[in-house]
Design a protein around this ligand. Structure first.
Ligand code: ZN
Length: 340
């Protein structure tokens, strides 16, 4: 089928589970009730995507507070009790981050519950997102390794363990989220892609990497204003990614200043092209979605196009996210009728 669909990863959580419309939103439940709440929210996210005709479903990242810290919470060697403020993404914004204080090691499975819950309740393909090694090391403070690259490879091994286990759980596509790739562009080719490849080692399911200019929050929107009319950061990193064994590249296309011609640098990748803007509450029409797909088709053969959201929808209003989800499903259907 042409133009399969997927969301980048996250979907807004119900207001009974976590405070709405914010990143790092505090949970509203605790203990056993929180675990049940996470499972119920996962099933809701799966159902909403199925009803909208989405092809690769995700768990909506309902069981994690943040796309990086959700993984780190299950890692030994990290001190969460003494977080410190750090400028992340080259000081684009400040975040309270935990500290690495000893060699890192998984405490056990990280995402088994939500992956299995999602798998048990849909026959559609299942995509699962994990943070990439470079993005992880940019979202915590290092008081042990004293070497960014060594620490990234330590995390790549842990990611690989969890990714292989998710594959066993029945996940069809593992996607590593690497927003740090377009911040530390020089390091992508020197070690970033190699660390990512280590994280994906031995996987026989589909694999992907999501790179982006961030959620539609103010710090990101201000940064984007400073980047000028054309965003060409990807030009520096696409050749290294194209040479890697990672199969999908997920990037934003809708209302993006990235020249779509840069996608031509990815000669053999499936492109998950963002056709839904998560930085705006204006809901796209199916016609808008089909038009963005048509633009991408000028550069990428249609057989290699998946339609997706520009980035995660975690901080969005839930009613708007649901409307955008429907526009994504309906727009891809329209594109199939028109370009199939
Ligand atoms: Zn993103």
């Amino acid at each position: 089928m042409l133009f399969p669909t997927s969301i980048a990863g996250s979907f807004p959580k119900p207001s009974w589970l976590a405070e709405p419309n914010k990143l790092w939103a505090p949970w509203k439940l605790e203990g056993a009730e929180l675990e049940i709440g996470k499972r119920d929210a996962t099933l809701l996210a799966v159902k909403l995507q199925e009803d909208s005709g989405i092809t690769y479903l995700t768990d909506g990242e309902q069981a994690r507070q943040h796309f990086v810290h959700g993984f780190l919470e299950k890692v030994d060697g990290i001190d969460f009790a003494h977080k410190i403020e750090m400028g992340i993404r080259k000081d684009r914004y400040k975040a309270m981050v935990p500290q690495v204080v000893a060699p890192v090691k998984l405490k056990g499975r990280v995402h088994a519950s939500e992956a299995r819950a999602a798998r048990a309740h849909t026959k559609n393909k299942l995509k699962f997102t994990l943070p990439g090694p470079m993005t992880i090391i940019d979202t915590l403070a290092d008081h042990h390794y004293h070497d960014r690259v060594q620490m990234a490879f330590a995390f790549a091994e842990l990611l690989n363990q969890e990714a292989l286990a998710l594959q066993e759980d029945g996940v069809d596509l593992i996607q590593f989220d690497e927003p740090a790739f377009n911040v530390f562009t020089d390091e992508v080719s020197s070690w970033g892609v190699e660390a990512l490849t280590r994280a994906a080692k031995g996987l026989t399911c589909e694999t992907g990497v999501h790179i982006c200019y961030g959620y539609g929050i103010k710090a990101n929107n201000d940064w984007k204003e400073s980047l000028g009319h054309e965003w060409r950061q990807y030009e520096q990193i696409f050749p290294a990614i194209d040479a890697s064994p990672i199969q999908h590249v997920a990037i934003e296309c809708k209302n993006s200043h990235v020249p779509l011609s840069l996608l031509g640098l990815l000669h053999n990748k499936t492109i998950q092209c963002g056709v839904i803007d998560v930085g705006s509450d204006a809901v796209e029409t199916p016609e808008d979605v089909a038009a963005t797909i048509a633009e991408v088709m000028k550069v990428v053969p249609k057989e290699r196009i998946i339609a997706t959201t520009n980035c995660g929808m975690a901080p969005m209003r839930r009613d708007i996210a649901e409307a955008k989800l429907k526009a994504l499903g309906d727009g891809a259907k329209l594109a199939r009728e028109r370009f199939g």
